[in-house]
Design a protein around this ligand. Structure first.
Ligand SMILES: Cc1cc2nc3c(=O)[nH]c(=O)nc-3n(C[C@H](O)[C@H](O)[C@H](O)COP(=O)(O)O)c2cc1C
Length: 398
């Protein structure tokens, strides 16, 4: 059987070497000015070594006030470019495609890190050197109980944020990224405009569906003006809100079609997050493996565009099944990638006939092959290190 998960996939002129993707994940390790560091280089670099065909950065904030915490990474200044360039180069030189997510946390800005409580910053945090800042959103409603009421952006301020997204895309291109993903999910700024739950406006950007979609579509147009034609753009959408009166899959199919007309190439299919500190607050029950895959399948069918599935996808066999049955074109792993940064290498070994370490970088795979022979042969000539071992025939593993 030829693995579909391991097969390449082309978006515009960019060829992804396989369908395995590292999902964007905020790591709360950036400098206070939003700059990434060597920590990010090592963190993201190890996924490239681990055979993830596409490696996404965490969400890079297009404005400083759009950071969730003081440790979020940014792309609001040209100063951010050099370190990002180093990261993109390393990922590329190890055979993966460097990819970037940009966004604005909107009503979920100015918060504590998740492991500190994910509460809005308060005077207590100010005493520790992290004062709260004024946050912005679609409407003046707090994103979660106890959260600060944001300033509702005026129409002209909305236009400024659209420009900030365009400038962010320009910088991402200069840094050498090849795929761009826009965070329009999880109750962040763009989602707050899209969802009827959080959009209480009565101007050009609110009221009916066309108006609620306007901000996202203007952003897509701004990105296409600042991002090369040969490079793809994805949008991460909360395909359903999971609350009565919220976004339904039909709304997202319609939005996806409009995004496609404006040069968006694929949809990154997530869900939830419009009420509560994060998307898990939208779930009544614990999520099961692949719980968002049906959303990716529905968008792929309904909007006739490629999709990326994400959410509790853990085994190579499951990922293979999702690609093979046509539910999605790409598989993004979040926590499973944190758990096992070599997941892509293990998937290649499992799914390739022969079960060898041929797909591993030789400086690792050669040693593991020798170890494997030690485990399966008592004859020293099979595994003693030296020319004889190097030339020993590769054998099928038990
Ligand atoms: C530590 C962490 C940080 C995350 N940061 C982001 C982010 O920057 N942008 C985003 O769109 N989703 C973010 N997510 C959501 C993941 O990309 C992913 O959609 C989610 O974890 C579900 O996939 P999983 O079950 O494979 O972890 C984050 C998740 C985790 C665990």
């Amino acid at each position: 059987m030829t693995s579909k998960l391991l097969s390449p996939f082309k978006l515009r002129e960019v060829e992804l070497p396989n369908r395995i993707v590292v999902s964007p994940m905020q790591m709360y390790m950036a400098k206070e000015n939003g700059e990434c560091t060597d920590w990010h280089l090592v963190h993201l670099g190890k996924f490239a070594v681990g055979n993830f065909g596409t490696v996404f950065t965490e969400v890079l904030c297009v404005e400083a006030r759009g950071r969730s915490t003081y440790s979020d990474a940014g792309i609001w200044s040209d100063e951010h470019i050099p370190m990002l360039k180093k990261i993109a180069n390393f990922i590329r030189s190890n055979g993966s495609v460097p990819a970037v997510q940009i966004g604005h946390c909107g009503p979920k800005s100015s918060r504590q890190r998740p492991y500190d409580g994910l509460q809005p910053l308060s005077s207590k945090d100010a005493n520790k050197g992290e004062p709260p800042w004024e946050i912005v959103s679609c409407s003046a409603e707090p994103a979660a109980p106890g959260y600060a009421a944001p300033h509702a952006l005026t129409e002209s301020e909305v236009g400024e944020v659209v420009l900030a997204f365009g400038q962010a895309a320009r910088r991402c291109n200069l840094a050498g990224f090849e795929v761009l993903d826009v965070h329009a999910a999880h109750g962040y700024l763009i989602h707050s405009f899209l969802s009827p739950i959080s959009n209480n406006r009565h101007d050009l950007y609110g009221g009916n569906k066309t108006n609620r979609m306007r901000f996202a579509l203007e952003i897509a147009e701004a990105l296409r003006r600042n991002w090369p034609d040969e490079k793809p753009i994805l949008f991460r959408l909360s395909c359903i809100d999971r609350f009565e009166g919220g976004l339904e899959i039909g709304d997202t199919i319609e939005l996806s079609r409009e995004l496609k007309k404006r040069g968006v190439d694929a949809i990154d299919c997530s869900s939830g997050g419009i009420k509560g500190p994060n998307s898990l607050f939208s779930l009544a029950e614990p999520p099961t493996p692949g719980y968002q895959v049906p959303l990716a399948a529905a968008i792929r069918d309904g909007a006739e565009m490629p999709t990326m599935a994400v959410g509790m996808i853990m085994t190579p066999a499951h990922a293979e099944e999702i690609i093979s049955d046509g539910s999605a074109d790409l598989i993004a792993l979040g926590r499973e990638a944190l758990f096992n940064p070599h997941w892509g290498l293990h998937a290649a070994k499992l799914l390739n006939e022969g079960q060898t370490f041929d797909d591993w970088p030789p400086n690792m795979g050669w040693w593991l092959e020798v170890r494997q022979r030690m485990l399966s042969s008592t004859d020293p000539k099979d595994w003693r290190i030296g020319p004889a071992a190097a030339n020993a025939p590769k054998r099928a593993q038990p």
